[in-house]
Design a protein around this ligand. Structure first.
Ligand code: NMX
Ligand code: MLT
Length: 435
């Protein structure tokens, strides 16, 4: 059977031909209008990007190539004896648009194992940072240090033809995904486990091996990592990390530069850093109240206090979603199955009962429901991964799967430099005078 790279090229050529025909016939078709409010308010609701890997519906949540999270849990290959999908399978699905066989997933695991070597200078770059640097800072620096390995940068400098860009981006993306768990685990063990590093286990799958290198051997924790790495991987193209990766890639920056840029966006508290903010907020609430399991009335009062201080309730709200995030629900189902009596997890569920009506009552918040970040930390704490500043790195390792699969598509489809038009408020005022 043809390998992943050849299959991707064949698929991408087919889609590129379709797009050419669509644009030839319908290129001038209007797909929407833009209001003044939208350009001042974060471009909400403006369709301005094509991303093939996943699509977000405001009511239903994310679908990866048409498959919902429960469908992925059913249809994607699992580890031996496991019930959660292997992220290798999701990557195959996002990249090729078709469900993988067991053999496909096995091939990707083996491929990533072969590509997983991290050069010593990357560890040296991490070591050069103070230990108390935020793990996301260390992660981004490590990705930048890995950039010496970029085949795209090397081949571009030697005059690579445009038709070959996709292949160099494909190789860099596969290398990067293969290397990220080692880099992330190194940062974790350096900062929190007295530099007691753990060697990779070549017999494990990508997420299982990541769990092992972090130092967690519990099989249920490995299953959690497989689920976590699957559900955080992609959220269509407009979110900050995906859009940034895509934008930087449009300048023909290589995948290492693109991913580092995207990860800087993920490190913001309104995006991926919200996962650390959630657990910090819950732990502070418990400490302030002096109880392990706050009552609904206590949670209610704490939420109102947070709002009165002009702060956001982390883990709640979304720029697109208007219902409970199915990624929250998938983690809740995992909790109900594996750790229903954990008080921190129960607190997350009690917050879910209490917060939405309060946020709704304010009248201005468009989505009072929890997002992916509202749940993840409590599950990790249960297994002993309590160092919440590290949580966004876990999100980042997973997000690399989606944004790098998309970057392969960007170059295979020959997408151009992204350069939208901006205006000044003076010009807006002139427009309005002319009305
Ligand atoms: N707590 C308090 N206020 C909120 C919240 C919240 N959870 N969510 C939205 N608002 C406010 C928002 O700040 C804005 O206030 P103002 O008009 O005073 O500026 C108002 O409600 C309207 O905002 P929306 O249109 O509902 O939300 P928007 O699309 O602008 O922002 C988020 C979306 C996700 C940035 C926002 O809901 C938020 O800050 N949530 C908390 C942080 C969070 O959980 N982020 C993680 C998102 C998922 N991820 O991983 O990336
Ligand atoms: C994401 O997973 O990227 C977040 O839910 C944010 C978004 O989709 O805007």
């Amino acid at each position: 059977m043809a390998n992943t790279k050849e299959r991707f090229k064949e698929k991408a050529d087919g889609v590129a031909a379709e797009i050419k025909d669509i644009l030839k016939e319908h290129g001038s078709k209007k797909i929407g209008e833009v209001t003044l409010s939208q350009i001042y308010q974060g471009m909400r609701g403006i369709t301005g990007l094509v991303t093939e890997t996943s699509l977000l519906d405001a009511q239903e949540g994310i679908r990866f190539r048409g498959f919902s999270i429960p469908e992925l849990q059913q249809k994607l290959p699992k580890a031996n004896g496991g019930t959660e999908p292997l992220p290798e399978g999701l990557f195959h699905l996002m990249l090729l648009g078709e469900l993988p066989t067991e053999e496909d997933v096995h091939d990707i695991t083996a491929n990533w194992q072969r590509r997983s070597h991290v050069p010593n200078h990357v560890f040296a770059a991490i070591e050069a940072l103070p230990k108390d640097s935020h793990p996301m800072t260390q992660f981004v620096i490590a990705i930048m240090a890995l950039q010496t390995e970029s085949k795209f940068a090397d081949r571009y400098a030697k005059g690579m033809a445009k038709k070959d860009y996709w292949e160099a981006v494909f190789d860099d993306s596969m290398d990067l995904i293969a290397r990220l768990p080692r880099v992330a685990a190194y940062i974790y063990r350096r900062k929190y486990k007295d530099e007691d590093h753990i060697h990779p286990d070549g017999l494990l799958d990508w997420a299982g091996n990541f769990a092992h290198m972090l130092g967690y051997e519990d099989e249920t924790f490995r299953e959690l990592m497989r689920l976590y790495m699957t559900i955080h991987a992609d959220h269509e193209g407009g979110n900050v990390s995906a859009h940034t990766t895509h934008l930087v890639g449009s300048a023909l920056s290589d995948p290492y530069l693109c991913l580092a840029a995207g990860m800087n966006g993920l490190a913001g508290p309104l995006h991926g850093l919200a996962n650390q903010e959630v657990i910090k907020w819950i732990l502070e609430m418990r400490e302030e109240l002096g109880v392990e399991l706050p009552s609904s009335a206590q949670i209610d009062a704490y939420v109102r206090k947070t709002l009165s201080e002009g702060r956001v309730v982390p883990g709640y709200g979304h720029a697109v979603l208007r219902k409970t995030d199915p990624r929250f629900s998938a983690q809740m189902a995992f909790g109900k199955r594996h750790l229903p009596d954990d008080p921190l997890v129960q607190t997350v569920w009690n917050i879910y009962e209490t917060v939405p009506p309060i946020l709704q009552s304010l009248g201005k918040i468009k989505n009072p429901w929890p997002n992916v970040d509202a749940h993840s930390g409590a599950l990790l704490v249960h297994y002993g991964l309590v160092e919440y500043e590290f949580y966004t790195v876990l999100f980042g390792v997973s997000r690399a799967l989606g944004v790098l699969a998309s970057l392969c598509w960007d170059r295979a489809l020959g997408f151009p430099l992204e350069r939208p038009k901006s205006v000044t408020t003076e010009l807006v005022k002139d427009w309005l005078k002319g009305e």
